[in-house]
Design a protein around this ligand. Sequence first.
Ligand SMILES: [Zn+2]
Length: 108
Amino acid sequence: MGTHSYVDACEICGGHANINQSTRPPSTSYECYDCGWWEADQEGYEGSGFIILSEINDLRNENGMDDLTHAELLATRIRIKGPIPSPMEAHYAEYASVINRRPASRDP
Ligand SMILES: [Zn+2]
């Protein structure tokens, strides 16, 4: 028992970070819905890093937030000098608009 969750400004990007603090055993997990930074210190689950766009959007959807676009994540990662997200992380519709600059036609 004793889990406390709150949204705070991300220490990396200033965006929306979700911080979960558990008292027994004492542990903290941190995940940012804007830059994708996560950290955990719970025994057996310690770690930190950046999650990919689809994982960020899964978390955002669970919390009733709109999807982050690849362009938004890219801008944030450039600003914080983080890893640049692959174009393959973009939603298909967004990715297609990049690789397919002319609208495709199915007419002969
Ligand atoms: Zn962040």
